[in-house]
Design a binder for this molecule. Structure first.
Ligand code: KIV
Length: 274
């Protein structure tokens, strides 16, 4: 096992991520759910690893993220933390682990942080602001998640683009600002027009926005690892690029993803955006 010194990269911190954003360097994020892939994406230079509750579909075979439990997330966060050396690790708070009240969210976040997460991610608009504030005040960095929020897939009526009309876009912008004011350091913006995501970033310049199907105007990008390697079965969304087709190995594909996000060639507004 090589150490961070051997891989030539210092552990990525929130301070470093903020510095990158301030200097205009794009932030890269990929999902990982186990030690082997965590080690691989870290070695390939990904800045941040998301232990996403998308593992419900990709590892557990469910039809959505709704059945994923906190115990599941703790287990996979532990696995990722053991494999990772330097990337910043974000753990997803699963459905039902933070909606009740802020104390419930704190207990769930503590479980993820003690399993090795350095930040927790939760889905939802302004109604989560009080919880975000409560967690950040207690030393838990928070990543918000707006737009298409997969835990609400049944309420949203499917995996649809959000914020398409004026009212929807205004609501997204309002929620983003509330979450930024509450102390959220990072924010995933999923499946929305590029112009709306870019406006959210402009409204909240210090926020590290991470887009997925949200165009090129965000501070960084995330993809689900299985999607960008094209091992996910079924039809993939328009915003996914097949990096495996371009790379000679999984690690090479991840390195190409990192390079493409950093140099701004991914996402391509003509191919991967709305
Ligand atoms: O769970 C997940 O993989 C996610 C990404 C889609 C951002 O939340």
């Amino acid at each position: 096992m090589s150490t961070p010194a051997e891989t030539g990269r210092k552990p990525v911190t929130l301070h470093r991520l903020r510095e990158m954003h301030a200097q205009g360097e794009k932030v890269t994020m990929l999902t990982a759910y186990d030690a082997t892939f965590a080690r691989l994406v870290d070695d390939a230079g990904v800045d941040t690893i998301l232990v996403g509750d998308s593992l419900g579909m990709l590892v557990q075979g469910h039809g959505s993220t709704v059945p994923v439990s906190l115990d599941d997330m703790v287990y996979h966060t532990r696995c990722v933390a053991r494999g990772n050396r330097t990337a910043w690790v974000i753990g997803d708070l699963p459905f039902g682990s933070y909606q009740e009240n802020r104390e419930q969210a704190l207990r769930a976040s503590v479980a993820l942080m003690q399993a090795g997460a350095q930040m927790v991610k939760l889905e939802g608009g302004g109604w989560t602001a009080e919880t975000v504030h409560f967690l950040t005040e207690r030393g838990i960095p928070v990543c918000a998640h707006l737009g298409l929020t997969p835990q609400s897939v049944h309420a949203l009526g499917g995996y649809r683009i959000q914020g398409r009309d004026e009212a929807g876009a205004a609501t997204l912008r309002k929620h983003a600002t509330e979450l930024a004011q509450a102390g959220s350091a990072m924010m995933v913006l999923e499946l929305m027009p590029s112009a709306v995501a870019a406006q959210v970033q402009a409204d909240n310049p210090g926020m590290i926005t991470i887009g997925i199907g949200a165009g090129s105007g965000t501070a960084g990008q995330v993809l689900v690892l299985h999607d960008m390697l094209h091992v996910t079965r079924g039809k993939l969304p328009r915003f996914v690029r097949n990096f495996m087709a371009e790379g000679g190995s999984v690690e090479d594909a991840v390195r190409r993803y990192v390079a493409a996000v950093k140099d701004g060639s991914f996402p391509d507004e003509a191919l991967h955006a709305y």
